[in-house]
Each structure stands twice: as structure tokens, then as C-alpha cells.
Design a protein around this ligand. Structure first.
Ligand SMILES: CC(C)(COP(=O)(O)OP(=O)(O)OC[C@H]1O[C@@H](n2cnc3c(N)ncnc32)[C@H](O)[C@@H]1OP(=O)(O)O)[C@@H](O)C(=O)NCCC(=O)NCCS
Length: 277
């Protein structure tokens, strides 16, 4: 019903008013409104941070638009979207492995995010624009928003969720090619125990079991030996060197290793492999 009304209004806007584009917005989390908009033919374009005001409070907003071609496709029964990754979540998913809890980001993670951004090693290999606590809060809130369908971000915590050990994400999800990219980092006090590899094996096993993702790539500077060891221990094969492909936190262009794991690759043989709940 709401879908049909939205389509008729859009048809009137295009045909009678001569408009070229109709915009749509809703507060982040209003999934029902988003579903109506998508089925009417709107294409979601992203999240406008604090883009709408509700009762005097600024809130994040989903934005979308419809062009005449989108409406024509929707009216013809087609989808306005490229193929989706089957099973890919738009709401956060929590995972567990032997020694880790991988949970969604929360606002009270901000101090840990700020501490990570100030760590010298992270500042070189995984630099983040997080100058103060407000920026960290903003990042924590954005990391909890998986609604774009092209990113999943987990906080790496101890099983009782009393300490934050790091973070890991799968991002740049490319639906037509069933590809994505992964990256991770640990707080200094959590390094040296193999937690990054355990987290990587866990999210990889989840992605290849619960979604139709086919390939996950991983890039790190050739000089980042710890990251190379994490990739190798997690079954991400080295595919080559990308020469001077990324500027890191030291301001220099570095050669990068390209690693990747395919869903058809053999899983690395460790106790923690694929163990999530
Ligand atoms: C990369 C990172 C997550 C690895 O953390 P970790 O799981 O604690 O890694 P560990 O210290 O247990 O080491 C993992 C492996 O690297 C090896 N390693 C660690 N530091 C090394 C170094 N400087 N040189 C060579 N090997 C090293 C360890 O021996 C270990 O190998 P093993 O599994 O064969 O025993 C962590 O160093 C980090 O957070 N770095 C800053 C952010 C970052 O670089 N992120 C990745 C961006 S691509």
C-alpha cells in the first residue's frame, strides 16, 4: 500500500511536475520505512551523520533517491539494486570464539578507540582520524551502523566483555563480484597472544558459512611483519606485492602485500578454526 502510494507520487513528480530526481530520508533504524522505500524503487545512497533533527536532537539519517529509470525498473517488477550478498547482515551480528567475544561497537567504546588511535604502532600501520573523545564517540556510533550492507565491524573483547582488545572488520563488500576486504588491529596490551589471527579466522569462517561471499582480500605494508604472520596463520595466501600502493601514517608510500582467502581454499588447521557461536 505505502509502496504503491510512493510510486504513484513519484510518477506524478516525474511526469506532471517534470522533476528529475526524488529524494528520500529516514532516521537510521527505521527499517520499515527503508523497506517501503526500497521496494518502491528508491536507491539507498548512504548515511548522513546527524542529518535530521528529531525533537531538537540531531540524528543520523539514511538517504536515498529515485530517478525515472529507477521507477520504471520498479514498476516493471525489477530490483533497483545490484545483486546482494546472500545472508549479508544489515544489523550487527555478535560472534564468539574460544578466547574472544566479537561484538558490535557501542558508544562507551570511545576511550578505547581514542587510545588505539594514539598508539604509535597503530599510528603507522593503521592510522585513524580520531583526534579527541568526541571524534571517537562519532566513530563508535558509525561502526555500529551496518545498514549500508557493505561493511561489518566488530570490537574484539574478552569473553566476559570487560576489556577491549581491538577491532576487526570486513568492508568494501562488492556484491556483483562476491568480494570484500578485511583489516584488524589490537590494543598494545593484547598483542603477542594470537588474538588477531583467532579473530580473523572467526570472521572469515562466519562470512564463508553464513553469507555467499567468495573472496576476502587483506593488504598490509611489506614491513608489517606481525600483520603478515596473522594473514598467513589465517589461511590468507600471499598473491603478490602492490608496489608503493598505500601511504601509511609515517607519510611514506609503502609496498603492500596482497593476501586473499577464497571460500574454496582449505581452512588453516587450528583449534579455533571456524568456532563461533
Ligand atoms: C598486526 C597485529 C594485529 C598483530 O597482533 P598479534 O595477533 O598480537 O600478533 P602477535 O604479536 O601475536 O604476532 C603474530 C605473529 O607475528 C609475529 N610477529 C610479531 N611481531 C613481529 C615482528 N616485528 N617481526 C616479525 N614477526 C613478528 C609473531 O611472532 C607471530 O607469529 P607466529 O603466529 O608465527 O608466532 C598487531 O601488531 C597490531 O595491532 N598492529 C598495529 C595495527 C596493524 O598493524 N594492523 C594491521 C594493518 S594491515
Amino acid at each position: 500500500m505505502a509502496r504503491d502510494v510512493a510510486r504513484r507520487l513519484a510518477r506524478w513528480a516525474f511526469d506532471d511536475l517534470g522533476l528529475a530526481r526524488v529524494r528520500w530520508a529516514a532516521y537510521v533504524g527505521n527499517t520499515a520505512s527503508r523497506k517501503v522505500a526500497e521496494s518502491a524503487g528508491f536507491v539507498i545512497e548512504g548515511t548522513a551523520r546527524q542529518g535530521l533533527v528529531q525533537r531538537g536532537v540531531r540524528r543520523d539519517a539514511w538517504l536515498g533517491s529515485m530517478l525515472p529509470a529507477d521507477l520504471a525498473r520498479a514498476e516493471a517488477g525489477g530490483s533497483a539494486h545490484v545483486r546482494k550478498i546472500q545472508g549479508w547482515p544489515t544489523e550487527p551480528v555478535q560472534l564468539r570464539s574460544d578466547r574472544l567475544l566479537l561484538r558490535p561497537s557501542r558508544g562507551d567504546d570511545a576511550p578505547a578507540l581514542l587510545a588505539y588511535a594514539q598508539d604509535p604502532l597503530a599510528g603507522i600501520w593503521d592510522p585513524e582520524e580520531t583526534p579527541d573523545l568526541d571524534a571517537a564517540r562519532d566513530r563508535a556510533r558509525r561502526r555500529a551502523d551496518w545498514s549500508s550492507g557493505d561493511i561489518a565491524v566488530w570490537v574484539i573483547a574478552d569473553p566476559a566483555d570487560t576489556a577491549i582488545w581491538g577491532g576487526i572488520q570486513i568492508f568494501d563488500v562488492d556484491a556483483p563480484s562476491l568480494c570484500a576486504v578485511t583489516g584488524y588491529g589490537l590494543m598494545p596490551e593484547a598483542r603477542g597472544s594470537g588474538y588477531a589471527a583467532e579473530a580473523l579466522r572467526t570472521v572469515t569462517a562466519w562470512a564463508f558459512t553464513e553469507t555467499s561471499l567468495h573472496r576476502i582480500a587483506l593488504m598490509h605494508a611489506v614491513g608489517n611483519a606481525a600483520s603478515c604472520a596473522v594473514a598467513t596463520a589465517s589461511g590468507y595466501q600471499l598473491e603478490g606485492v602492490m608496489r608503493q600502493s598505500h601511504r601509511f601514517g609515517d607519510g611514506e608510500l609503502h609496498d603492500n602485500h596482497l593476501h586473499a582467502r577464497l571460500r574454496t581454499d582449505p581452512a588453516p588447521s587450528t583449534a579455533a578454526d571456524g568456532a563461533w557461536s
